[in-house]
Write a protein that binds this ligand. Structure first.
Ligand code: ZN
Length: 285
């Protein structure tokens, strides 16, 4: 009887250990999805980014930080996307490790500036690289699930490779003289480098830096000389200034999901394919 009781207690203990997933908080929906794909049922992912939030204006509040309180990992994009990260380090528990998931993605400079484009998630190749960074962090935090996480990462990487092949094939049909990607803010430089486009950003890195009216004429001349066929805006906002420029050039505007934030897109795959198809539709004619 005593023996059976011991066995029962041992089994209960085991099931408690098995039932405790690694808790991960995330500051970006795409990182939440990545963590869920790698971790499956062995992770509990808390997405801190609010529905309809603006990536360049968001700062986690006390309420969001409370939701992350007992997380072992707190995922950030890195590369300057979260300017509040240094302060965040002071306000989370010592047991919560902040991981900059994009840290190992090579920088891509915004042409004509000294800064790098922080929107590294806009190529599947970068997502694959970032998933390796995340895998390392997850394996260190929960070594008992290391093999399980590695299987999840391999699946994620294969999915990203397939998306990359699709992109290469579809984009190869866009003629050389149409390979100019005009966007509102400088968010597609990683994409442009990977797939051989020239990026032109009208508004700089973040949306708040509006084009200087004095340079408008020069901008229009450049867009004409580069045979710009479309101005790609962010799906969450089409500033009037961009529409006015498009109207002057007699070209359309079309929305891309550049910040990775789009409640209607269920997954990275869906979001990336939306961008890919929109670009092909407008530049591939
Ligand atoms: Zn952005």
């Amino acid at each position: 009887m005593k023996k059976m009781l011991c066995l029962l207690l041992l089994m209960l203990g085991m099931s408690v250990t098995q039932a405790a997933p690694l808790k991960i908080a995330s500051l970006h929906p795409l990182l939440s999805e990545m963590a869920r794909t790698l971790g499956g049922e062995q992770v509990e992912v808390v997405n801190l980014f609010p529905q309809n939030g603006d990536l360049h204006a968001f700062t986690p509040t006390g309420r969001e930080l409370a939701a992350a309180a007992d997380a072992r990992l707190l995922l950030a994009c890195g590369k300057g996307v979260e300017p509040y990260l240094a302060d965040l380090r002071d306000s989370v528990k010592a047991t919560t490790q902040i991981i900059e998931v994009g840290a190992e993605v090579p920088d891509v400079r915004v042409p004509g500036t000294h800064h790098a484009d922080p929107h590294w998630w806009n190529t599947p190749e970068n997502m694959k690289r970032a998933s390796r960074t995340l895998l390392k962090a997850m394996q260190q935090a929960a070594p008992e699930h290391a093999a399980f996480f590695a299987t999840g990462q391999a699946r994620y990487a294969a999915d990203m490779e397939q998306l990359n092949r699709t992109a290469r094939l579809k984009l190869s049909r866009i003629p050389q003289n149409a390979r100019c990607l005009v966007t509102g803010h400088a968010a597609m430089c990683h994409f442009c480098k990977a797939y051989h486009f020239t990026p032109i950003a009208i508004q700089g890195v973040a949306r708040e830096s509006q084009g200087d009216p004095a340079t408008l004429a020069a901008l229009l001349a450049e867009l004409r000389s580069r045979n710009a066929r479309c101005i790609f805006t962010d799906v969450n906002s089409t500033p009037r200034a961009l529409q006015a420029i498009a109207d002057q050039l007699g070209i359309p505007t079309a929305p891309l999901v550049m910040d990775g934030i789009y409640p209607a897109a269920a997954s990275y795959r869906e979001l990336f394919l939306h961008n890919l198809n929109t670009i092909c539709e407008h530049l591939g004619k």
